[in-house]
Design a binder for this molecule. Sequence first.
Ligand code: DLZ
Length: 189
Amino acid sequence: MASQSTSTSFEEKMAGLKSMETLNLSGFTKPVVILSTMWNLDVVSALVDGCRTELLRLGMPERLIVNIQVPGAFELPSAALEAAKAGPDAVAAVICIGVLIKGSTMHFEYISDAVSHGIMRVGLDTGVPTIFGVLTCLTDDQARERAGIAIGEGGPGHNHGIDWARTAGRMALLPEETAKALGAATASA
Ligand code: DLZ
């Protein structure tokens, strides 16, 4: 008997994120910092472009988008801390963009783990939305597909930099939305 597939298509997985396509960031008065790595520069540049272009499309004032480069993914958490240490009153969000490609040693595992935990810690410790825009891929082709620059029959793929821009916008707007919702709940109690 043929087993029934439970796999979900990429479109289905992303469907819940649709509402973020229409975020309005035109009222932002604090900068969004895009940190990116010099490693795997061709893929990283495509992701940064996708992210930046989407921030602008959502209305983010161009003068408030700050780009800073670091050597590799391992440096992203400390650079994110530097960018976020002034706190959420000074910085709207920090987006950390990099690409880790698995090699033949354990390097990938150690760095992926350290970077993901480090970025999470910066967000929790500073209160500044700190976005994990690090691709952890088994091959160059996988990375290109996730940066929208693949060549081949499957098409160019999807640029995740777009999603990270939307996520940063959404998370930066969240405190105000949460305060309003809590206020309304309290008022109606
Ligand atoms: C050393 C290294 C290796 C092997 N691979 C990558 C990679 O795929 N992506 C990346 O962003 N950085 C890589 N690095 C560099 C480390 O992240 C870091 O910059 C160095 O170990 C110095 O701390």
